[in-house]
Design a protein around this ligand. Sequence first.
Ligand code: LLP
Length: 423
Amino acid sequence: MDNHFPFFEYQDGELYAENIPVRELAKQYGTPFYIYAASSIRRQFTTFQEALNKVCAKPPLIAYACKANDRLGILKLMNNLGAGVDVVSVGEMKRALAANIPASKIIFSGVGKTERELEEAIEAGIRQINIESEPELKNLAIAAEKLQKDISVSIRFNPDVEAGTHDKISTGRSEDKFGVTAERIIHLYKHAAETKYLNPHGISMHIGSQVADPRYFIPAFERINDLVHQLRAEGLSVTELDLGGGLGITYRDEPEADIEAYAKLIKEMIEPLGCQLSFEPGRYLVGNAGILVTKVIYVKETDVKTHVICDAAMNDLIRPALYEAYHTIHPVIQNGADIRTVDIVGPICESGDTHAKDRPLPLPEEGDYLAIHSAGAYGATMSSYYNARVPACEVLVDGSDHTLINRQESIEQQIAREKTLLS
Ligand code: LLP
């Protein structure tokens, strides 16, 4: 079997997470649970960093988009690698600070930052706030005036381009809620430059996620070039460019985004602008560092289907239900059984709770473990308590070591909390 997930490999028919048999971890931690491979994260980060360092005159800031996976254990690892963080809420900012990420490496993105969030970000002294609209800029000016504290600002550009990805994760088209057109940016930038405490220093951009081919960035990079020249022609100083994230990974057998090709585009199209660059990769750094391990509860045969019913559900990993996302699923122990076409489903009371439809799989037995791959990004962070199910716990593996890095509140704890509210 071709393995696209190098830190999750079979040895003698048994799946390992780095040096540890997944079955042993399953027995210790109980299913369902996530495993993250630290070595995979380090490798992805280094690959990204080295490719970009080679082409950039000044080392860029790699601001990990922690919406992909914001666990402190992961953020600490990122901090040790020298990463910054891109946050989209004050909650994420607090997580980043708790993991000792320096405020000077935190970028705050997002279309709906509240007054309170803007104030907290200014107070924390973060590197930059990416502004996405005129009313938001107005609120930022009020917050900075109130606190009498300077804040650096980038304005998010909406270049009106297709990213060649799923509709729900495309963010750079004119109809999307994100960013501002070039014309409006010039106006906003000037306005910010004239506003006390605001220091507009650059442009940010993020055209979408799971972008498989770096060529999709070309039109956006062309447009950002024009925009920077226009701003400079107006006498405005542009020293920072934040190019967002979006690089795709392998879910099935598609190659992950070619980072060398991406770096080449940066070198040719962006570097001549002479700016300090930052990037916001999320999925590329952590997506394939994670698996979700689940146990088969029942194998249910009907007249038309075989349903493999597992103890992980859409409350643990919502991507297949939300985006019809494909996640590779492998048995933890290769049992030599005949391959059957099955639906791999969870126990939640809706048909959308399906991890895979019509998937060939060596027919498992009740009690067998399955590994759902590519679950390191947008897995645990999008989990919920739907159906009063406690989301999967999370384990970080590093070589032969393993650590529980997150366990969610139990139902008993929730009941106790609600009871105090009612009393
Ligand atoms: N920067 C900004 C401003 C973003 O909005 C995002 C993702 C990123 C960076 C990181 O993108 P990445 O490198 O991870 O592609 N829940 C969806 C993905 C939503 C992405 C939203 N924004 C999924 O499971 O596919």
